[in-house]
Design a protein around this ligand. Sequence first.
Ligand SMILES: C[S@@+](CC[C@H](N)C(=O)[O-])C[C@H]1O[C@@H](n2cnc3c(N)ncnc32)[C@H](O)[C@@H]1O
Ligand code: SF4
Length: 370
Amino acid sequence: MDGSATLACTEPFIRYELGPTGTIYRCCSGWLPYECGNLLTDSIEEILNNKNFLMIADSMRSGGLKLCSTACNIKAASLNYDRETLLIKEPFQLCDKSLVDEKSKSLRKKFFLNYDFSCNLACPSCRDKSIMVKLGQEETLYQVVKTHAKAKELIQYFLDIGDDVEISITGTGDPFASPTFYNYLCELADTTYNNLSISLVTNANLMTPERLDRIKPLWNSIKHISISIDASTEKTYNIVRKQGNFSKLKENLDYMESLYNSGITTMQWWTYYTVQTANYKEIADFADWVWQYKNINKIGYTIAQRWYHNDKQYKDLIGGIDKVELKTLIEEIRSNYKDKNIESVVDFGNLLNYVKPDYDEKIFIFQSEA
Ligand SMILES: C[S@@+](CC[C@H](N)C(=O)[O-])C[C@H]1O[C@@H](n2cnc3c(N)ncnc32)[C@H](O)[C@@H]1O
Ligand code: SF4
């Protein structure tokens, strides 16, 4: 029997993806695309009992992650997971379907603040122009401010009832560039919650010593910082991280490492490398470079997905990847890092499926079994 049919994922039970215009998804909206309420129109009780959420929960309890896209790294791992050989480590989000409710109760609630697209960079994988929501863009600014106020209420509800809460900022813009998100971090830094943890996803160009020091009271609550770099050379960095500054990034990484080395903080970082035509040749060099930092603990690789792109843009983005060469580079990383317990420090995610010669690229747009 296919082992994956008995597996369930805890994510939808504990996760709230809060999007622009108040949308709520219970996992990544591209991978489990069922809207489960709206911050701007629904009460907290309505959100908790949303009918799409109840349908997802029932489907999970029946096993097999049937509603989820195979582009999801966790679903991909469930399909590759082989209990006989244990070649692929089971991600912690997965468990036997009969245990999913019990396991979910023991996990902290996670809130993904994805409603402000403001960012200092304009990476072609993500957008075709700079976005900074500000005065003069009244309609968008109003949506961000209103959604943020409601998101804070929802988070406060769980903090007040004593649940463990993790806030992740952000999958859309940048926590150090968006005034909404950075001000929220400053507010949280001025209050004490022992049931709060934070995770940040950033390009780290604005994660300067000054900005990091301003939120120093949060350092102990910062569970991890995911820093997106996507290149091992300045030349490639300038293509994939448009408007970024490679030297500034390195200065900021060095500062964080110096804090770690001097024992001031145990804050560590990991990195997700978005693989595309412009950078796939550098995935092994990248691993060699970043593993020199003492405070990095994980590299994840993900194939760039189709976000705003039309056919031509998406073809330009990933169409030049030579899958055979990419597979060789994956093997090179595996062999270089086999002493480091490779499966726990390097996550190849959906790359392993992507390099299969017969792999259907449409899957990266969206495909569900339901
Ligand atoms: C949109 S960014 C927001 C956070 C922050 N600005 C950053 O770059 O880390 C979140 C993550 O999405 C990744 N990303 C960008 N374009 C992507 C794409 N087309 N497909 C998949 N991931 C992508 C980024 O590299 C980053 O790791
Ligand atoms: S840094 Fe992050 S949010 Fe900003 S453009 Fe790049 S991927 Fe998008």
